[in-house]
Design a protein around this ligand. Structure first.
Ligand SMILES: N[C@@H](CCC(=O)N[C@@H](CS)C(=O)NCC(=O)O)C(=O)O
Length: 226
């Protein structure tokens, strides 16, 4: 048993915290354990709600505290383990950019989550809204344009190189790419391919043979003539 436990469901936002923990572990050595939860009603059990009161993943137990919200977990872990070099201290010239891009990941993730609900959680066609599906995918492309511009002339979102901001955004893209292609965004395509080569990224992917949230690589908006 270690002092750090991540509550995780594969292919969800908790992958962001899992990837960060693996990066810190690879950089400085940080034992942690993962409790995997199926993505479903069990997240509403009283036991789980004691960890995350909205019944969401992730939750992180660390040093007697329980944290939820990936942005808070990212900031906390980077402050707790500065030697891993993934954060940006108060007063650093790139601090504002680091915060912006760490948290911009949630602007992307909210669209990816809405599209996951539309395409996957709502299993009957009549429950779905084609307008919402198209609008959310278009809004993702607007987010991609913002990231594409930031990556112009850069390998990573900060000038100094790879940081937790890339992890946060890269995980958002891992989800959003199921609904909005990045093919028209060459900077994002090259950056994402760099990220996906990282050992810590690979270690945060679902185990082979496990239950998958995304059964397909890409979900087209259904063509029902609307
Ligand atoms: N803003 C939160 C969002 C957490 C969140 O909504 N996680 C989703 C998975 S991507 C979840 O647990 N959903 C379960 C549900 O809605 O029942 C964060 O960044 O931690």
């Amino acid at each position: 048993m270690t002092d750090i436990t991540l509550h995780h469901a594969p292919q969800t936002r908790s992958m962001r915290s899992l990837w960060l923990l693996h990066e810190i572990d690879h950089a400085i050595g940080l034992p942690f354990q993962v409790v995997e939860h199926p993505f479903g009603k069990n997240l509403r059990s009283p036991e789980y709600l004691a960890l995350n009161p909205a019944g969401r993943v992730p939750a992180l137990e660390i040093g007697g505290q329980t944290l939820f919200e990936t942005g808070a977990i990212t900031e906390f872990l980077c402050e707790q383990y500065p030697e891993a070099g993934l954060g940006c201290a108060v007063g650093d010239a790139e601090r504002a950019d680091w915060l912006i891009w760490v948290h911009f990941s949630e602007t992307i993730s909210q669209h990816a989550a809405a599209l996951t609900q539309q395409h996957i959680a709502l299993y009957e066609d009549e429950m779905r809204s084609l307008i919402v599906m198209k609008l959310e995918a278009a809004r993702l492309k607007k987010c991609y344009a913002a990231l594409e511009a930031r990556l112009e002339g850069r390998d990573y979102v900060l000038d100094r190189g790879f940081s937790a901001a890339d992890i946060s955004l890269g995980q958002a893209l891992y989800m959003s790419k199921h609904f909005a292609s990045t093919d028209d965004f060459p900077n994002i395509t090259a950056w994402y391919s760099r990220l996906s080569e990282r050992a810590a990224f690979k270690a945060s992917l679902p185990e082979a043979g496990g239950q998958l949230l995304y059964q397909k690589d890409f979900y087209e908006v259904p063509d029902v003539g609307a």
